[in-house]
Design a protein around this ligand. Sequence first.
Ligand SMILES: NC(=O)c1ccc[n+]([C@@H]2O[C@H](COP(=O)([O-])OP(=O)(O)OC[C@H]3O[C@@H](n4cnc5c(N)ncnc54)[C@H](O)[C@@H]3O)[C@@H](O)[C@H]2O)c1
Length: 270
Amino acid sequence: MEHVDLRGKTSVVTGGASGIGRALALRLAREGANLVVADLDAAGMEAVAAEARGLGVKALALRTDVSELGQVEALAARAFETFGAVHVLCNNAGVAAWGGLESATHRDWQWVLGVNLWGVIHGVEAFVPRMIARGEPGHIVNTASMAGLVASKGLGVYNTSKYAVVGLSETLAKDLKPYRIGVSVLCPMGVETRTRQSERNRPAALRNERAGGGEPVELIGRSLAPETVADMVLAAVRANELYVITHDEALEPLRRRAERLERAVTSRAR
Ligand SMILES: NC(=O)c1ccc[n+]([C@@H]2O[C@H](COP(=O)([O-])OP(=O)(O)OC[C@H]3O[C@@H](n4cnc5c(N)ncnc54)[C@H](O)[C@@H]3O)[C@@H](O)[C@H]2O)c1
């Protein structure tokens, strides 16, 4: 959205009550974009909407569980009804679960994929046809993770969800190009948020019968402030950059992965 002034445009941010989503929502509000915050945390999202109003934009908080298609459809319908169009959609809501794949429960898979992958799919299903019908330039930001590009031990369920979000986003960027809708996929390493307390968002029906699971793995590299990440996302939206890789520390693991893939071809056992 290079030449698009965001003043008076509309943004929607899922998981906007806390952390990266909150920072993205307020960054977009500071650009003058009206805001729809969607989250499970009613008090948190109301506070973000109030803060956005203080910045002079219109803001709405809509309680939405992104793992439920019907709720994301209702979110899209309300956003379009209220503001007429949506220009920047941030499919950002996400949760993390730790532990080896050998001990992952079916509920872990359902919960993490339900929010991290189906949440993004639902955002695409509900918003993209409406954005295309409206015919205005737009941008979609999907929050994946460095865990969507390099697989760390002890994070397999999460890695699976985030690799899928990267693949979806890479394809979406190609598919939506003719409609002037850009796509970015956000791949951070550590960010100072409440992601380590993700269990707070696990619905009762998907709680494990026995407590357990893994301890959060130690993060490599620096932890960035969510506001720093939000600034990078805004720059990527403006430049229509697909990958938003926030940490310089990502370079070495990415290189090692690319080298391993290259060796798999050049040194293939025959
Ligand atoms: N913090 C990090 O180090 C880090 C690194 C890489 C990627 N991420 C990703 O960033 C995104 C944002 O997470 P964060 O770090 O800001 O954590 P956070 O826990 O501070 O914020 C996540 C928000 O998502 C909301 N949420 C959870 N489940 C939801 C659901 N089913 N429907 C709607 N909203 C829901 C929560 O209520 C919360 O407000 C996630 O996708 C996460 O995987 C975070």
